[in-house]
Design a protein around this ligand. Structure first.
Ligand code: AMP
Length: 358
């Protein structure tokens, strides 16, 4: 989606990935296949471009550093380093005064017992590195469940978080330009299923004060990290009306995909503008919108019924060109546009239900 935005504005795109025939590779001018650890290949790649960005925060920090020897990397590698490890990320947030869930580092059974005493139960235990879309996460309501979550490899670094009985989850996707300009797409409301984003609705059904506060927190984080590009802040909104930062994603985010169809400038075009040093574009919202993710599970009984979903007015189909439809894998999304957020959500869900052949 970034490459499409770049091509539309006349840029040429080179992509670097350990895989071939990637969604970006399918629309890029050059697709280089090499391991992220192959730093000579990374340097060769970066020598051929004017600016480097990334769409995946688990690119190793050393890879970003090698690229930065040959071309500017935006956002900078230190932002990847902070956000790709949950303990580093939460420590950065809490030491900078941003509100987060209560958490503790766990590297052994003793640490776990201390965390249970200090943070309490129920809890969510997550691997500190390389976890996303619910991978490496376990919920625990009892000590025995917490111990079981560690049983296989107690020495793997984990974060132990107090379970938040949230009222809803929201995100703020925001951008910062090289000149410090700030832009955001308002507050988006998110529903997860099995820890994977299922539905995003914009604007979120939160009171104006909460919306202002969420945007202020996001702006503070982008400034503090000196981000040049797009960054998403995911929040829990507690039943007491408190906002807690759950996670940062230093890139265009799944909850911002609806900006392609519903806003003057999408998160992808904004990423391009920021990293290429262009002025940020207007983020004005054209109409209410909802986005439903399409996971590989939808292919269980063969090709989904695209025509049935596309027959609904206001529904837009986005497929990423991933070759294999595995359960839980994000294959594409549907965006529905309507006059209210509620109607957009209903329409997106109806369109997705129509994909499953009877
Ligand atoms: P994460 O990978 O941290 O974004 O977690 C994925 C999803 O799991 C979140 O969007 C929540 O729905 C749920 N989750 C994660 N951490 C917590 C927590 N501390 N309390 C309650 N739910 C959580």
């Amino acid at each position: 989606m970034f490459a499409l935005a770049a091509r539309r504005m006349g840029y040429r795109v080179h992509t670097f990935s350990p895989e071939s025939d990637t969604p970006t590779g399918q629309v890029a001018d050059v697709e280089m296949q090499a391991a992220y650890e192959d730093l000579d290949a990374v340097r060769r790649f970066a020598s051929g471009v004017r600016v480097v960005t990334f769409e995946f925060e688990n690119v190793p920090a050393a890879t970003a550093a090698a690229a930065a020897e040959r071309a500017p990397v935006r956002p900078a590698g230190h932002i990847l380093h902070t956000t790709q490890q949950r303990l580093r990320e939460k420590s950065f947030l809490s030491s900078s005064g941003f509100p987060t869930t209560r958490f503790a580092a766990v590297r052994s059974m003793e640490d776990l017992h201390r965390a249970v005493r200090e943070v309490g139960l129920p809890a969510v235990i997550k691997t500190a590195s390389f976890g996303y879309d619910g991978k490496g996460q376990a919920n625990a309501t009892t000590l025995a469940e917490a111990e079981a979550a560690l049983a296989e490899s107690p020495q793997v670094e984990r974060i132990y978080e107090g379970f938040v009985d949230f009222e809803r989850e929201v995100s703020v996707v925001a951008a910062r330009g090289a000149d410090g300009a700030f832009a955001h797409w308002g507050v988006i409301e998110n529903t997860h299923r099995n820890h994977i984003l299922d539905l995003s609705v914009s604007p979120a059904g939160v009171d104006p004060k909460t919306a202002v506060r969420a945007i202020e927190i996001a702006q503070g984080i982008l400034q503090k990290l000196e981000v040049v590009g797009v960054l998403c802040v995911e929040f829990f909104l507690t039943k007491a009306g408190e906002l807690l930062v759950n996670e940062l994603a230093p890139r265009p985010h799944n909850s911002g995909h609806l900006t392609i169809d519903a806003h003057v400038t999408s998160q992808f075009e904004q990423q391009l503008r920021a990293v290429c040093g262009l002025p940020l574009g207007s983020t004005a919202q054209l109409c209410s919108a909802a986005m439903a993710n399409l996971l590989g599970d939808l292919w269980a009984n063969g090709e989904p019924d695209w025509a049935a979903a596309c027959a609904l007015p206001g529904v837009k189909l986005h497929l990423y060109g991933k070759s294999e439809a595995r359960p839980g894998r994000k294959m594409g999304h549907l965006t529905a546009l309507a006059d209210t957020a509620r109607r957009a959500a209903q329409l997106a869900l109806e369109a997705r239900a129509r994909l499953t052949r009877k």
